[in-house]
Design a protein around this ligand. Sequence first.
Ligand SMILES: [Mg+2]
Length: 211
Amino acid sequence: MTASGMGRRITTVAAVAVLGLGASMTAAVPAAAAPRAAAVGAATAAEVDYATWQADVKTVIDTATPYIQQRTANASGQKLAIVFDIDNTTLESHYAPWYQLPTPAMKSSLALAKYAKSRGVAVFFVTARPGIIESVTEWNLETVGYPVDGLYVRDLPDLFAEVSAYKTASRADIESDGYTIVANVGNNTTDLVGGHAERAFKLPDYDGLLD
Ligand SMILES: [Mg+2]
């Protein structure tokens, strides 16, 4: 379990190196480039179109934003944190072609992260992505505008644990640093089960279509 990335920046040379690595790794999974066009209102996972997805995400984030406003109104002396999943929660991984780096931010989630930060809430990311792409992941988040107070990636032996157990343990680790996690935002059930957050906000995964 690592909680790295506090204000760290990677060099241009390192960025080029890891970008090359990330591209070649992702190239092995061409299915990541999904079609954007589909019938509006399609209910089945295989046909969810980009505009529907954006609208569905915004509906959830629109409930989280006033909650953050209310929860931070009288938080004197408390260290508050918000936790985000990355793929298809904060970055548009499914709908961005693999060769497009940085992967674009999900606009609603980016606005929520920036708003929470402006209200004194530390912004943490907990992802099932492996540690080998930690640098490019942090670079991606920061390049598209996210405040990054902490980033958890899966290292050995986390790769052998259930994703939900790893993510729950990561939130417990954040709490062990004195934070109260006021919100946990993710698009898969494995992001959200296990507690260690006052509120959970579930974005759509369309029956597992979106990581
Ligand atoms: Mg996800």
